[in-house]
Design a protein around this ligand. Structure first.
Ligand code: GDP
Length: 308
């Protein structure tokens, strides 16, 4: 997804090589090229502005380093600032002191929440956890069954309402099939009773942001008090990734971001702006439809990948 950005940035920085001294004009020219590369990759304008101004300031005031020549110093500054935009440190799941740890997924329809629930469950299981998936997307036809299929593939159990019966899970909990908040609460109770140590709650999304979607997600959040609320966003949707992230940060609040579809061929820079715009860390990245196309998001590795 970031090949073209990567080519442009390495190209811009390559021009500085071999120069014994960098004039302010050299730095301005390089910054102009970096700016264009970022804008072309669809990184948000305010993020680009702040990024470029930090690079200029640091590059122009750069200390003479015995170990690095001026060009290498600029590359180092760009790398550090890119890592900064992407969140700095890797942010890992904060597990609850008293299990179960509750992780709620939120985002638009089609963002990849259900797929992610399976991937996250599979990943947690490989680390020795005992996750339970809870099907609270009762809006989209087939979403519950989809989660059940995903759970089967990941070999992670799924707690779901039985359609039409008004009864949830294994038939004991008296859950109303149409009420996602009750299903979420019953799912957490199920995890406590059966000693699952992580609960992953899949919630409903819509094609666009709307008040009802936000209310339902924040009702589930209030009822279950999750340790993590992950905002799942499709990196292919361009600047909508940023506007959606802002709307969810305000409407539901979240503790971390999951970028999906990083295997796509869209420009993807907008998704990279989400951390800077919302202040919430990008925690995971999904890059395909297979269970293992998923990893913890490491800002430093992503920056190295982008800088080639
Ligand atoms: P939800 O509506 O948010 O639950 O989204 P789904 O999990 O149903 O995903 C929507 C579509 O995107 C499905 O066809 C998934 O197979 C696909 N999908 C999800 N994650 C990825 C990914 O990382 N890469 C690709 N290429 N497709 C994905």
């Amino acid at each position: 997804m970031f090949d073209s950005l990567s080519d442009r940035l390495t190209g811009a920085l390559k021009d500085l090589r071999g120069k014994g001294r960098l004039s302010d004009a050299d730095i301005d020219r390089t910054c102009r090229e970096i700016r264009l590369a970022l804008l072309e990759a669809d990184v948000s304008l305010p993020v680009v502005r702040a990024f470029i101004s930090r690079i200029k300031e640091r590059a122009k005031g750069q200390e003479v380093s015995a170990a690095l020549n001026p060009a290498q110093t600029v590359v180092k500054i760009v790398n550090e600032e890119l890592i900064g935009i992407l969140g700095g440190e890797t942010r890992r799941i904060q597990f609850a002191k008293n299990p179960p740890t509750i992780i709620m997924l939120a985002g638009l329809q089609g963002a990849g929440k259900t797929t992610l629930a399976g991937k996250l469950g599979h990943w947690l299981k490989k680390q020795g956890h005992t996750p339970l998936l809870v099907a609270c997307d009762l809006q989209r036809p087939g979403a519950v069954q989809q989660l059940q299929i995903v759970g089967e593939r990941a070999e992670v159990p799924v707690f779901a309402p039985h359609p039409g019966t008004g009864v949830g899970g294994e038939g004991e909990l008296g859950v109303t099939a149409g009420d996602p908040v009750s299903v979420a609460k019953a799912g957490v109770e199920e995890a406590k009773a059966k000693l699952y140590d992580v609960v992953i709650i899949d919630t409903a999304g819509r094609l666009g942001i709307d008040a009802e979607l936000m209310k339902q997600a924040s009702d589930i959040r209030d009822a279950t008090q999750p340790d993590e609320v992950l905002f799942v966003v499709d990196a292919m949707i361009g600047q909508d990734a940023v506007t959606t992230a802002e709307a969810f940060a305000e409407g539901v609040d979240f503790t971390g971001v999951v970028l999906t579809k990083l295997d796509g061929d869209a420009r993807g820079g907008a998704a990279l702006s989400v951390r800077e715009v919302t202040g919430r860390p990008i925690m995971f990245a999904s890059s395909g439809e297979k269970l293992d196309d998923f990893d913890v998001f490491h800002p430093d590795r992503m920056a190295s990948r982008i800088l080639g």
